[in-house]
Write a protein that binds this ligand. Sequence first.
Ligand SMILES: [Zn+2]
Length: 135
Amino acid sequence: MLSSLQAPMERTCPRCQSTQISKNGFRGKKQNYRCRECRRQFIDNPQSHRGYSDDVRESCLKMYLNGLGFRAIERVTGVHHTTVGLWVKQADAHLQEQSVSTEDKSIAPFPEVGELDELHTFVGSKKQEMALDRR
Ligand SMILES: [Zn+2]
């Protein structure tokens, strides 16, 4: 579960935001990295400067598209509603161009943080509805 969340994530330097990152051994159990641009060393901890993984953000956006309010999404995912609002704003331009073509991608596996039965039930039933609408 965890590895599937972390593997595809692009790492950026916490100082200069460069993606030119090379691995630099381990510090304790954590992967240590070094930025090739500014040579800053940092430990693998994308949560600290990225907030949430792309998977979590995508799931929140899908819930928003399915009609959930920001506060409902916060209850289900634990992501603060202002963060969700920000993501929606950021994604808005994209969504208008692409007219929601992401629906056929299956929902990414979700970290188990409780209250997920509600989420699975909701997303599952909504997905069926939308699939029917679309044909
Ligand atoms: Zn850097």
